[in-house]
Design a protein around this ligand. Structure first.
Ligand SMILES: Cc1cc2nc3c(=O)[nH]c(=O)nc-3n(C[C@H](O)[C@H](O)[C@H](O)COP(=O)(O)OP(=O)(O)OC[C@H]3O[C@@H](n4cnc5c(N)ncnc54)[C@H](O)[C@@H]3O)c2cc1C
Length: 314
């Protein structure tokens, strides 16, 4: 469908997670009149989790959705125009930059802040979805603490899975690492760390059949695909570490990115290779992927946008 309406925006923010809202707070207070499109998941990834205990400023922890509502109110307080809508196409060769919302609204923008995050990949089991947030997690650094002294399982065979298994082994009494093949993709050094750790038991050639438990994870049923045998592991936490997908598809034709699609920024800044287009949060962060780092880079993006506009004389 051809875009119908047209509107010019001074500072456009795409995405409403911690990065987008922090960018909005800074941009609004700097008088940039930011307009934010929230995307499919208003509030971002933290809206699907319960307790957030590591975001500074909440000494007793906070529920993820509540924290995102707080950030939204703070952005609105300074005048951010927050709208429903998904960016479905961009033209970053055009001047000013062009952005299409929901395939029908055409915008132009003096500056664009991309804060579209990344989505965890899941196994696709119904029980994984049902128990998400009740023992199932895609973030060991975020949720491992809740399972200290307990037995857990983690699925994955790459560097992130190996790193997260090692992280969990520092907290938990036992970590089962479920590896689909007879080998791992992780680098040799990460594999060695896993294999040398007495708290980690690697289950080779093993797949997850089902996550068991009524209201919380109680066990995981796994199957050894070579031997054809099935067993139940009594665990309270089940971590999925099979990768993330940065939400960057529409930007990739214009912006430098790595082979997984993470947008590249000039080190120490939020600048992309296109003038006036900035990226922050998980969409450009393969390494840390935390709310506080997303918020920090959101601040950087707003400050970089402000300086860019000031240099243009806007
Ligand atoms: C289960 C779970 C628990 C977690 N727990 C913690 C924790 O305890 N502590 C912590 O620090 N971190 C935690 N994290 C990680 C944290 O949620 C992320 O690091 C953080 O949310 C990243 O923020 P972001 O703003 O970059 O992106 P996201 O939160 O991913 O938000 C992305 C936003 O972009 C929008 N969007 C995407 N595509 C488009 C588009 N085309 N157009 C418009 N909008 C779009 C989405 O709707 C969304 O609003 C957890 C993650 C998960 C999955």
């Amino acid at each position: 469908m051809a875009p119908t309406t047209s509107e010019h925006i001074h500072c456009l923010i795409i995405g409403s997670g911690p990065a987008g809202y922090t960018a909005a707070i800074y941009a609004a207070r700097a008088g940039l009149n930011p307009v934010m499109y929230q995307g499919l998941q208003p509030g971002g990834q933290l809206t699907i989790t319960n307790d957030v205990e590591n975001f500074p400023g909440y000494p007793d922890g906070v529920m993820g959705p509540e924290m995102m509502e707080d950030l939204k109110k703070q952005a609105e307080r300074f005048g951010t125009d927050i709208r429903y809508g998904i960016a479905t196409a961009v033209d970053f060769e055009a001047h000013p930059r062009r952005i299409t919302i929901d395939e029908k609204l055409e915008l132009t923008a003096d500056t664009v802040i991309i804060a579209t995050g990344a989505s965890a990949k899941w196994l696709g089991l119904p029980s994984e979805q049902r128990l998400n947030g009740s023992g199932v997690s895609a973030c060991a650094v975020c949720d491992g603490f809740f399972y200290r002294g307990k037995d857990v399982a983690i699925v994955g065979a790459g560097d992130t899975a190996a790193e997260e298994a090692t992280y969990l082994a520092n907290l938990c009494s036992k970590v089962y690492m479920i590896v689909r093949k007879g080998e791992m993709k992780a680098s040799k050094i990460m594999q060695k760390r896993v294999l040398d750790n007495p708290k980690i038991e690697v289950l080779w050639n093993t797949i997850t059949d089902e996550i068991l438990g009524e209201h919380a994870v109680e066990a995981v049923r796994v199957k050894n695909v070579v031997e054809g045998t099935t067993r139940d592991l009594a665990v309270e936490g089940f971590f999925v570490a099979i990768g993330h997908e940065p939400n960057s598809k529409i930007f990739q034709p214009y912006l430098h990115h790595d082979e997984q699609g993470y947008l590249k920024t000039i080190p120490g800044t939020s600048k992309t290779n296109v003038d006036g287009v900035f990226a922050c949060g998980d969409v450009q962060d393969y390494t840390y992927r935390q709310a506080v780092t997303a918020a920090g880079t959101g601040c950087m993006a707003a400050l970089d946008a402000e300086r860019y506009l000031a240099a243009l004389g806007d």
